[in-house]
Every structure is written in structure tokens, then in C-alpha cells.
Design a binder for this molecule. Sequence first.
Ligand SMILES: Cc1ncc(COP(=O)(O)O)c(C=O)c1O
Length: 381
Amino acid sequence: MNGPEPFPHPIYVTQPLLPDLQDYCDMLRQVWESRLLTNNGPMAKRLESELAKYLCVPHLSLFSNGTIALQIACRLLRLKGEVITTPFTFAATTHALYLNDLKPVFCDVEEETLTMDPDRVEELITPDTCAILPVHVYGNPCKVERLQKIADKHGLKIIYDAAHAFGVEIDGIPVGSYGDISMFSLHATKIYHTIEGGALAFKSPGLKERSDQLRNFGIVKEDHINEPGTNGKLNEIQAAMGLLLLDKVDEEIIRRKEITYLYRDLLRNVPGIRTGEDQDGVKHNYPYFVIRVDHKEYGLSRDELQKGLREYNVFSRRYFYPLCSHFRCYRDLYSARAGNLPVAERSAEEVLVLPLYGGLKNEDVEKICSVIGHIRSGGNG
Ligand SMILES: Cc1ncc(COP(=O)(O)O)c(C=O)c1O
């Protein structure tokens, strides 16, 4: 059966946003001249204040990566015992709890947004529960008001894993304003990045002060250490990247939105392929383009589609598969049992992330969509 030709070059699932090389060289020259490479240098300080403004949060600490930031967030709130979290996330979310001697308790997710289902949280609360760690997965905001009500009723803290939610707003309120702490990942695969990097956003200036100490070995003053800290500092080379990309991120989001809408339009009539929709009142940031593959209706499984796309030189990603509750280190937890997490279990078998980045051409999106239709009609062998 005749069909589209494979792409002559690989189409990867993402490409990092990059500044103009000459602009980056100019920033690096300043770093060379200052001879300050790290230890909260001038670029890191400037980025911290510009990023706080961009994200409209009162206080922000930068970190070497989001994982360390999340681990420090748990320390900052002095959490002990059990934390209710989602299995539908990247490994770093659950690991941050485990590495703080906290017990992850998995809560199922909502069908549409794949974020923590507030209807399932209260049944998981025990006398040992100290906090909730929901994830704004794919930049979809959680049901923040409902989660806050539950937290207030039971005296629980909330840390949001906002790794994917850079720039997202709910009814005009920046996503980083919710909960006690929000963590943003600034990894190169994210829409805005510092190569590797992370940030914590807080309302309380006291938390910011301790956070800055804990990312720097717990040092309060040269001769004064209060509590054990780690090395989580963002260096000047990373900060220079972040400063330049702040001017580019809005344009990147606009282009990703165009591509997302084009994908949705072209895939709307392919039976068995479900695309997401924007949520009412939400300013989205379009970090991933996620489809859900209904095996019966599409005629092929998600994994078969992924394999088929690969034959056309298109690289997609099963994100998030497997669930964190399936990892060897967590699967024996009571809350990890499949019967407890039906929506997450099914969704992890259906989701596929297709290529999305500002530099992706419309004609490439059109071809990817026609390949998806073609594979379905048996044109792949
Ligand atoms: C949901 C989620 N949480 C945490 C992280 C960890 O962030 P980082 O890669 O900056 O350490 C990621 C990274 O991709 C993520 O997707």
C-alpha cells in the first residue's frame, strides 16, 4: 500500500530552546571576566529575581536541578511520615520522598487531566499523613482549590511538583502561588531551561532563607551551620542560559500552541486517537503533545503505534510508563496495588507523547498525522 515516505532525518520528541550562539558567547565572556563561576554569582542572583518576576511569585530559590529542589522542599517543611502523591509522574517525584525517609502513598488520577483526583485523597489520609505532593502533569493544573481545602481540613502541607508547569496560570493566578512550595524543573527538555536546573517558589521569606542555606551545605555564615544541607547550587554558565531564554520563552509557547492546535485538528477524525483540550480559565504552556491510543478503536496498541512511527523516523515517548507504583522499589506498597489505581493503570498503557518543539514545521506535523492515519489503515506492513 502506498503511503508517506519516512522522514529523511530523525524527528525527535523534543529539541531544546537555544539562544543565539553569539549572545551566549557574550554572556560567557562576562563570566570569564568576572572569574565567578558558581556560589550564587551575579548571573544566578539576577536570574533568581527575574524569574520570580516572570513567574509572579514572591520568593524563589534556584537549584542545580529540579530533583534536588524537590528533595530540599521536603526538608524545608520538616516532613515526617506519609505523603500522598501520584503514580503518574516522573521517577524524581516519588524518589524525592523516599530519599527523605518519607513513605509515598499513591493516589489515583483524574481521567481528563491525569492529575491527582481530589475525590480519592481523603480515603488515603492516616494519622501518619503529613503532606500531599501532587503534580501538574504535562502542565495541566491540579484541582488546587479542592486540594487546599482537604489539606487545611487535615492540617497537611502541600508541595506541588510543577516541573512541567512553567508560566501556567489558573484564572489569572500563577500556578506557583498555590500550596506551600512549588518546584519548577529547568531541565533542557522543558519549555524554559537552564540546561539543568530547578527552582522552588514560596510565599514565606523564611523558607527562602533556609532554602538558600540548604542548597549550600547548610551554611548560614562562614562559621555557622544549623542543619545538614547539600550542594544544589546553580552555576553561572547555567544562569547565563536562563537569562537569555527568558526573552524567548513567550514566543516558544506561542509556537507550541499553534502546533498543538494543528495536531488536534488533524487527529480529530482518526478513530481511536484522543487528544487533550485546553481547560477553561487556564493559560497553558504546551510542554508536551500527548495522545491517548484506544487499542480497540485504533486497531493497534500504543506500543505498536510507537514502533510504527519509529519506522518513519519519528521518535515518540511513552511518558509516563511505567507508573512509579510499578517500580521494583515501590510496587510492594499497599497503595501501589493495581486495583487502587485504575485510571492511572489504564492511562499509562494509552499515553504517547508526539514530537513538539518550536522549531517543528507545520509540514512535519501534517506528515506525522498522516503516518498515524496510514499505520491505522494497515499500511505499515
Ligand atoms: C514531573 C517531574 N518531576 C520532577 C522532575 C525532575 O526534574 P529535573 O530533571 O530538573 O531534576 C521531572 C523531570 O523531568 C519531572 O518531569
